[in-house]
Design a protein around this ligand. Structure first.
Ligand code: MG
Length: 369
């Protein structure tokens, strides 16, 4: 029986119920209208880690529109992986035809094609993935955490990050972060003891520490981590350069707190390789190339017995809210990148007493700031 005849027979056509409307409207008449833009985000404080120091960050936005529904995504290019906002924008523009001729509901296929055609540029791919899923969530009328089958009540607390600074500024930043029950302190220079002492002079709350590959030998890492343990630090991220994997085993045997990989783990392929050397992994949507791939990384890490953290780059509420929708899955969240800027165009995930509060609106659930 032809579909039209079946509709007539069942009376669905007369009743105005059209099955498969989404496919019908997206196929044939072309795909979504896409727009990309570079967004300059102004930092509240100069942001310094072992890798860089800056007053602003540029991220890539992808906007999709189809059937009167819009989706927005954001990726924060990572300089360490030779990404910039310009290279991210060029990467997305290079697949403009592919996106424009695709059915948004086939988002897995669009992303598979994007990954096959674009080398690197994971922040750009993340922006596209988020825009697609925002659109899909809106069309389905469900927030993304529900799309992934997650309970927003399980969203963890997030740390607030304190970038490397003078002891005086460090104390000021820690006092400004009074509402956060756990802080993440950036270290990795020879001023580490000074930094932690400055933090401890104004607060006794639990601390997590991120060395961003800053310590250069296994001996230095063990010495610093043992000292940090005595200062109430509950975990350390990426103590040694990513390439020093074997040395991590030596370090892990000599310290009592969990050590998480960040720079040592970019994509899902890295997880089985690094699993023996770390206690956990910091998954970032920008590194993974989107929510779908970050979701798979979290599940693989958990399967291999690793602790999981969702981390972020400096970005607006688009990227941070996207990651937050996956946060009910992880042990630790470090999703504060939107709180470090002063010109966020959107409001999305909120933080209440340190806990992430996920928006209930469909898709990302963003509203204009
Ligand atoms: Mg890190």
């Amino acid at each position: 029986m032809h579909r039209r005849d079946w509709l007539m027979t069942t009376g669905l056509m007369g009743a105005g119920i059209v099955i498969g409307r989404e496919n019908a409207s997206a196929v044939g008449a072309g795909g979504p209208v896409m727009r990309t833009e570079i967004k300059r985000l102004t930092l509240r404080h100069r942001w310094t880690t072992t890798m860089s120091s800056s007053d602003y960050r540029d991220t890539i936005y992808v906007h999709l529109e189809r059937d009167g529904v819009s989706g927005v995504g954001e990726g924060a290019p990572i300089v360490r992986y030779n990404e910039s906002a310009q290279s991210a924008q060029a990467a997305i523009e290079s697949i403009r035809e592919l996106v424009a001729s695709s059915d948004v509901w086939h988002y897995e296929k669009i992303l598979a094609d994007a990954f096959a055609r674009i080398e690197g540029e994971y922040a750009a791919k993340a922006a596209l993935d988020i825009a697609l899923l925002d659109w899909v969530g809106k069309r389905l009328g469900v927030p993304l955490h529900r799309f992934f089958g997650l309970d927003s009540a399980d969203a963890p607390i997030t740390t607030f990050s304190i970038g490397i600074d003078t002891p005086e500024m460090t104390r000021k930043k820690v006092l400004e972060a009074a509402s956060f029950p756990v802080l993440k302190i950036k270290v990795g220079l020879d001023t580490d003891e000074q930094t932690i002492d400055a933090v401890r002079s104004v607060t006794d709350k639990p601390l997590r520490v991120d060395a961003n590959e800053g310590w250069k030998s296994k001996e230095e890492a063990v010495r610093k981590i043992n000292w940090l343990e005595s200062k109430g630090v509950e975990l350390v991220e990426q103590p040694l350069p990513a390439a020093m994997l074997e040395d991590m085993l030596w370090v892990k045997d000599r310290v009592g707190i969990p050590i998480l990989a960040d720079e040592a783990c970019l994509s899902i392929r890295d997880i089985p390789r690094i699993a023996p050397f770390f206690d956990g992994v910091n998954v970032k949507v920008d590194k993974a190339g989107g929510l779908l791939r970050a979701h798979r990384m979290i599940h693989l890490a958990k399967t291999l017995g690793l602790k999981t953290m969702l981390g972020c780059m400096v970005s607006s509420s688009v990227a941070i809210t996207a990651a937050a929708h996956l946060s009910p899955l992880v042990d630790y969240a470090d999703l504060d990148g939107n709180l470090l800027i002063s010109n966020d165009p959107y409001a999305g995930v909120l933080v209440r007493d340190g806990k992430l509060v996920l928006p209930a609106g469909p898709g990302l659930g963003l509203t204009p700031a």
